[in-house]
Ligand binder design. Structure first.
Ligand code: ADP
Ligand code: MG
Length: 198
């Protein structure tokens, strides 16, 4: 069961991991983008922490909505609106729920994935974070996902050729690099798994 306390723990851990990997996220974005993914994500995290500090969050919905609104308004680049849409979908999926069962968490991830894909218009195999979302959500629905599985999904973006996002400008030269957004989404999923709820 995912309740408000565990969702807060999940988000705090995710924020911490983004800040810890800020440089690495930008380093991944250097060869196939503009080297700012870590900066963008860290800016979002700092702004979200500030927004949360001034609020008395009383529901999962309110927590996700605050994160979504902050990311949408404070983060430039592709990642802000993409993660903003994801967290807005998370907020909708948790509306009026005090806690989420495994079934409801599956729906949460599916709704997040749908929002991500409709906002970014990327499908599987285009070397974007979609390539981590789709296998994670599918495997979580089927059963258990291990941390190593998530690392595998992230690593599997390396041989792909980017056809969406900034990396698509590089064409063939995007091959051989891990996608930065996939790495940050990997952190979202690994911090969720670390809660060991299901
Ligand atoms: P920008 O590309 O504007 O500099 P970031 O560097 O913060 O933004 O984020 C880049 C990441 O965003 C990519 O690594 C990729 O995972 C993700 N991304 C880019 N375009 C899309 C898209 N159309 N759909 C899904 N994810 C995308
Ligand atoms: Mg970038």
């Amino acid at each position: 069961m995912l309740n408000l306390t565990s969702t807060q723990r999940w988000m705090e851990h995710f924020f911490e991991e983004i800040l810890t990997h800020k440089e690495h996220l930008s380093d991944l974005d250097n060869p196939i983008g503009d080297g700012d993914h870590g900066i963008n994500m860290a800016r979002g995290v700092e702004a979200t922490k500030e927004a949360l500090a001034t609020k008395d969050i009383t529901s999962i919905n309110e927590l996700f909505k605050t994160i979504a609104m902050t990311l949408l308004s404070k983060v430039g680049g592709a990642a802000g609106p993409l993660y903003g849409s994801v967290f807005l979908a998370f907020a909708k999926a948790s509306l009026d729920l005090e806690s989420l069962s495994k079934e409801q968490v599956i729906t949460l991830f599916e709704e997040g994935q749908t929002a991500l894909m409709s906002r970014g218009k990327a499908g599987v195999g285009e070397k974007t974070m979609v390539d981590v979302w789709v296998p994670f959500t599918a495997q979580f629905k089927k059963g258990a996902v291990r941390l190593e599985d998530v690392d595998g999904f992230v690593e599997a973006t390396k041989p792909l050729k980017a056809t969406k996002g900034r990396a698509a400008y590089l064409g063939e030269r995007s091959i051989g690099h891990v996608d930065p957004g996939s790495y940050s989404s990997g952190l979202l999923f690994k911090t969720f798994l670390t809660l060991e709820l299901f």
